[in-house]
Design a binder for this molecule. Structure first.
Ligand code: G6P
Length: 372
């Protein structure tokens, strides 16, 4: 079994370390050197795809957070209104779906019953359905009009890691492809994004190589009872995913919040010693989001929180208010989740194993939930 784990103590650790390859393999062969997307597997008529006036992303769990990340990128590149909905909520609210709707389901297993039923429903309403899936020949891709496989390789640990990064990667490719098809963005811009995506695997490797201090921090926090996560823009779903990982495998109460929401409620939770992870947007980004999140760090710190910050290399502004800073390499804002998620996965895995838990087989959870 240890051979299957490549010498790691758990499949989850191995899969965290598989992530540079998971992203690289998902990108592989899907664009040409001139920066054109080639998604031949997307067997939906180009004319039909051009008519799409709304995208609905359906998924559960971690895959739904990949969908939330995808929304920021797809809307930015394609200018198509994009909703993300938990699959089990979708069909019970009489959603507005027609033949100009593109439903993108995201599922590692391709067998999640909630997601499958939502896809079936959408198809019955005439929507076009694309499945982003990690498991060849599974039910959801078979029941969809087209599939874009993630090439993360088999994921064994119940808590999803490499499939998540591969899902985000595949959703970006889909977004870029739609933008290319519809002429929304200049081909030069697509080429630039692809170049940045191609640099992601080695940057993930840098994150993995630098994780020592984070592991130490995780072990020192094994008796914590609650950990909060804040993020903004694409950092918001990352915060949700960081909290989910901790709940799933370390059984610690954890919650992710949109950083801007802090003052509207969650700040009441902050008292002396409360650990708060903050996923900080790039200081190079527009819209002064960086300054706003830095002031959130300051606000929680002033109320006694322990501030654990994930920031971009070179961001010195966070240092003054951070108890612990973990830096990730520079990348454009929309791609940041592919890097900022990784330290939160490592933190959860390390903390759970410090508690002596089986990180691969957390209590009460199944890898794939095939009942509604
Ligand atoms: C289960 C797993 C989660 C996963 C979710 C969706 O609840 O425990 O880790 O995110 O299902 O699974 P899927 O296979 O559809 O991505």
């Amino acid at each position: 079994a240890s051979a299957e784990k490549d010498g790691f103590n758990s499949f989850m650790e191995k899969e965290i370390h598989d992530q540079p390859a998971a992203v690289a393999d998902t990108l592989l062969g899907r664009s040409d050197p001139s920066g054109r997307l080639i998604l031949d597997e997307l067997r939906i008529d180009a004319a039909e795809l051009k008519k799409v006036n709304k995208i609905i992303v359906l998924a559960c769990g971690t895959a739904a957070y990949a969908g939330m990340v995808a929304k920021y990128a797809i809307e930015n590149w394609c200018r198509i209104p994009t909703e993300v909905e938990l699959a089990h909520e979708f069909r019970y609210r009489d959603p507005i779906v027609d033949s100009n709707t593109l439903v993108v389901s995201i599922s590692q297993s391709g067998e999640t019953m909630d997601t499958l039923m939502a896809v079936r429903y959408a198809r019955e309403q005439g929507a076009k359905t694309v499945s982003i899936c990690n498991t060849n020949g599974s039910t959801i891709p078979r029941e969809s009009d087209a599939v874009l496989y993630t090439h993360a390789g088999p994921e064994i640990a119940v808590a999803s890691t490499k499939a998540f990064l591969a899902q985000i990667t595949a959703a970006y490719l889909l977004g870029l492809y739609l933008a290319q098809l519809r002429g929304n963005i200049f081909s030069g811009q697509i080429k630039d994004v692809l170049a940045d995506l191609n640099k992601i695997p080695e940057k993930i490797q840098t994150v993995l190589d630098n994780a020592g201090s984070l592991r130490e921090l995780a072990r020192s926090m094994k008796d914590e009872r609650s950990v909060l996560f804040l993020g903004r823009h694409v950092g918001y779903p990352v915060a949700l995913e960081g909290a989910l990982k901790l709940k799933e495998i370390a059984y610690i109460h954890a919650e992710g919040f949109a950083a801007g929401e802090l003052k509207h409620g969650p700040i009441a939770l902050i008292d002396e010693g409360q650990p708060v992870f903050v996923v900080v947007p790039s200081p190079r980004g527009r819209d002064s989001l960086h300054a706003k999140v830095v002031s959130n760090i300051q606000e929680v710190r002033a109320r006694g929180a322990r501030t654990l910050v994930i920031a971009e290399e070179g961001d010195e502004a966070v240092r003054a208010y951070a108890e612990h800073v973990f830096y990730v390499p520079e990348t454009p804002t929309l791609l940041m989740p592919l890097l900022t998620t990784v330290p939160l996965q490592i933190f959860a895995a390390e903390l759970a194993s410090a508690k002596g838990y089986d990180v691969d087989q957390p209590r009460n959870l199944a890898k794939s939930v095939t009942v509604e």
